[in-house]
Design a protein around this ligand. Sequence first.
Ligand code: NAP
Length: 250
Amino acid sequence: MVKNSPDFPCVLILGALSDVALALAEVYASEGSRLVLAARRPERLERIAKDLNLRFGVTVEIKELDVRDFASHGAFVESLSEIPDLVVAAFGYLGDQQKALDDFEEARQILEVNFVGAVSVLNRLALRMASQRQGVVAALASVAGLRGRMSNFHYGSAKAGLIAYLSGLRNWGWHHGVHVCTLIPGFIRTRMIAHMHTPGFLTLTPEQAAKRIAKAIRKRRNQAYIGPIWWWMMAVIRAIPEPLFKRLRL
Ligand SMILES: NC(=O)c1ccc[n+]([C@@H]2O[C@H](COP(=O)([O-])OP(=O)(O)OC[C@H]3O[C@@H](n4cnc5c(N)ncnc54)[C@H](OP(=O)(O)O)[C@@H]3O)[C@@H](O)[C@H]2O)c1
C-alpha cells in the first residue's frame, strides 16, 4: 500500500543498479515516490522499472549516467523533467587495491567513480536544488573513508574525499535550503564485497541497509553510520596511534 503523500515526491537514484540502490528504490516506491533511476547500463533497469510500476503504481523513469563521463553530467541534469526532492548517490567502485598500486588506470577509476564523479554530478544537482531552495542530497560513503588502511587505501581515500566534500556541501547547503546527508555503511552483503568473508553480525543485507538509509534521510541526519557498532568500531580504530597502526595488517 503506497502512502498518500510520500516524504519525497520525486527521488533520483544514481548508480541505480547497485544492490543497495535497488533495495532503496523499492523502499521509496513503496512510499509512493516517483522514481528516476540512473545507471551506466540503463537497459538493465527496464525490467526493474516495470516491476516497481506494476507492484507500487509509481512512475519510474530511466536515465543513462556514467559518473566517469564528466562532460555528460551537465546534459544529464538538464534532461531531468523536474528537480528531484531527494537525490541518493549509490554508485561506487571498490577496485583492486594491489592492482591500483601498480597500474594508475585502476587507481584513477577508483578515485573517479567514488570521488571526482560524485563531485561533478552532485555539484550540478545541488545548484539546481538551491535555485528552488529545497532538496536533499544523500550519498553513500564508507567506514573505509575514516582511516586509511593497507587493504583498501585507494577506495578509502576516495571515500574520505567524499566525506569531506559532503561536509562542506552540507555547510554550503544550509545557507541555500539544501540538506546534505552523509551515509557511512560498514559491510553490506552486495556484489561489491561478494569475494570477502565478513562477520555475519557486522554485515547487513541490502534490504536492512536500505531501511536504515531511508530512516537517516527522513530524519535529515547530517551523518549516519549504517550498521550496528560501526560508530564504536571506528572510534577505536581511529584512536590507535599511528606508530602502532602502521604495524598492523589492516
Ligand atoms: N557493500 C558494502 O559493504 C559497502 C560498504 C561501504 C560502502 N558501500 C558503498 O555503498 C554504495 C553501494 O554499493 P553496493 O554495495 O550496492 O555495490 P554494488 O552492488 O557493487 O554497486 C555499485 C554500483 O556502482 C555502479 N558504478 C560503478 N562505476 C560506475 C560508473 N562509472 N558510472 C555509474 N555507475 C557506476 C555499478 O554499476 P554497474 O551495475 O553498471 O556495474 C554498480 O551498480 C557504494 O557507494 C559503495 O561504495 C558499500
